[in-house]
Design a protein around this ligand. Structure first.
Ligand code: SF4
Length: 510
């Protein structure tokens, strides 16, 4: 029975405190945690539900409302998974907090794409444990899947969930509270529908996981080992999630996965077919693609971009601009095929923005091979580049290749590529000056002013100083200049003195 507000047996917060605090209060951390839960139930019961507090036992082991914080490092897929878990917890009547220090549960989705990401994952686990030793710490993701025993031994880790079991993460977590059985009256779809954890977490772009795993074996890649074989979500499930997010006020989604171009290989579908279905069966105004390996795309793929809801930007990792290096990487796409793909994209939509990932200092990379890469990058032109010094990952073929490149050479080549990338970005941004763009506005820089940043359809960051903008609003503006550091488009006379590090940037890989 769920009694209603005004029940004579319930007289508000102090009732809890007043009647039995001391008796219960003295019972140590877990009891503290349960009182905190009780308190929150009173405060936050979204549907005005109240609970009759018989005794602390009521809470022991039978948690009704857990406060969950989510953290991720690494790729968009990790971010998309957080979103799925957040809405699953909320569908069960639990709540999301952006403050790990007040959470009952902290879920950390770790990364292992480079040695640096591995180190950051370890450090983040330590930080989360010290920041809230009372919370249940759940660790999943590639770092945890590749080192389960070690992570289990880390101080404060309560549960390690392998990548292959991520679909069961919510159940496994609630079992820690012995709550798995309590689907709870608050599993009221209204709750899940009304509140959107994405917006609650201050985000305006929904990352939608469409598939997991990869059938390829690029010689440097640890992800394919950590994420396993390709498995696709069904089209109806994906479209339902997109429509739910749109109903909740989200204006833009990005499709993500490990090998997005391989979507449907296991369910007799394809990325082309899925995009067609999404364009037909959803009304969300902006659809993006996160990183897509530059192969497994049909020649007519870019015809899809005739629909202006599909944003004219693709992140196509080239990794090297030299075919002999690409062969040692076991990459499926060589420079000529990549150049044709980019040409098709730019033919389909003027100013189509291609961004990329590039590894510098791959084993055996000679000066001549390096020059070829620089030349190919210059010829192709990219709107933005993620540049990684080669990082030998234990368990990969590339880690065992001869002629590993020394750190100084990697550093020099990385600097050279960053300089080229900055020039190419400026070149790309200048092509947009004098145009107008429909921008999804996301972040206000000065709480009392009107300085906002957002992204154009071509996925270029833009700044404007206007009072009529708002978070998650889509508004067309003119493109008038480029910021002093060459990274951001500027609309109107917004202070062009803005610098990159004034804007919160969320990508652990660089
Ligand atoms: S295609 Fe991508 S995910 Fe697959 S092995 Fe290569 S780099 Fe890794």
């Amino acid at each position: 029975m769920v009694p209603m507000v005004g029940d004579p047996r319930f007289r508000g917060d102090d009732a809890i405190g007043g009647s039995g605090d001391d008796a219960v209060g003295g019972g140590g951390d877990s009891v503290q945690r349960e009182w905190r839960l009780a308190e929150r139930v009173w405060k936050n019961s979204t549907l005005g539900m109240v609970f009759l507090v018989e005794s602390a036992d009521f809470f022991r082991g039978q948690v009704y409302n857990v406060l969950v914080n989510f953290q991720a490092l690494g790729c968009r897929l990790n971010e998309a998974e957080l979103e799925t878990w957040a809405s699953q917890f909320m569908q069960r009547g639990h709540q999301v907090t952006t403050d790990a220090a007040e959470a009952d549960v902290v879920v950390f989705n770790s990364c292992a794409v480079t040695a640096q990401a591995d180190r950051k994952s370890r450090q983040q686990i330590g930080r989360l444990q010290r920041g809230n030793p009372n919370a249940r710490l759940i660790v999943t993701g590639c770092h945890a899947s590749l080192n389960p025993e070690a992570v289990q031994e880390y101080l404060g880790v309560d549960l390690v969930v392998d990548n292959a079991d991520k679909d069961q993460l919510v159940e496994h977590t609630l079992q820690l509270f012995d709550d798995a059985g309590r689907q709870g009256a608050s599993a009221d779809p209204v709750v899940g529908e009304a509140l959107n954890s994405l917006l609650l977490r201050g985000r305006h772009r929904g990352f939608i996981k469409i598939q997991d795993g990869c059938r390829y074996r690029c010689t440097y890649c640890i992800v394919t080992l950590a994420r396993g074989d390709e498995r696709s979500r069904s089209e109806p499930e994906i479209i339902a999630e997109i429509n739910r997010l749109h109903r909740q006020g989200v204006q833009e989604i990005a499709l993500t996965g490990v090998h997005v171009g391989g979507y449907g290989s296991d369910i007799d579908s394809s990325l082309y077919r899925l995009l067609n279905e999404i364009l037909e069966k959803s009304e969300i105004p902006r659809i993006r693609l996160a990183s897509v390996e530059p192969w497994d795309l049909p020649d007519h793929f870019f015809n899809l971009f005739q629909d202006s809801r599909l944003m004219p930007h693709m992140h196509l990792p080239i990794q090297s601009g030299c075919d002999s290096v690409l062969r040692r990487m076991a990459r499926r796409c060589k420079t000529a095929e990549f150049a044709r793909l980019v040409e098709r994209a730019r033919k389909a939509v003027p100013l189509f923005n291609v961004t990329t990932d590039l590894i510098v200092g791959f084993p055996g990379e000679t000066e001549q091979e390096w020059r070829q890469t620089l030349e190919f990058v210059e010829q192709t032109g990219f709107g933005h580049m993620h540049i990684f010094p080669f990082s030998a990952r234990a368990g990969t073929k590339a880690a065992r290749l001869p002629q590993q490149i020394d750190a100084l050479t990697k550093k020099d080549r990385s600097r050279e590529m960053h300089d080229l990338a900055a020039r190419l970005k400026q070149r790309e941004l200048r092509l947009h000056l004098g145009n107008r763009a429909e921008v999804l506005w996301e972040q206000q820089l000065d709480s009392d002013g009107g300085q906002w940043t957002g992204y154009t359809p071509h996925y270029h960051r833009i700044l404007a100083d206007r009072q009529d903008l708002g978070a998650a609003s889509i508004r067309e503006v003119s493109i008038d200049s480029i910021s002093a550091d060459g990274t951001t488009l500027v609309s109107g006379d917004a202070s062009a003195q803005i610098r990159l590090d004034d804007i919160r940037f969320h990508d652990a890989r660089n």
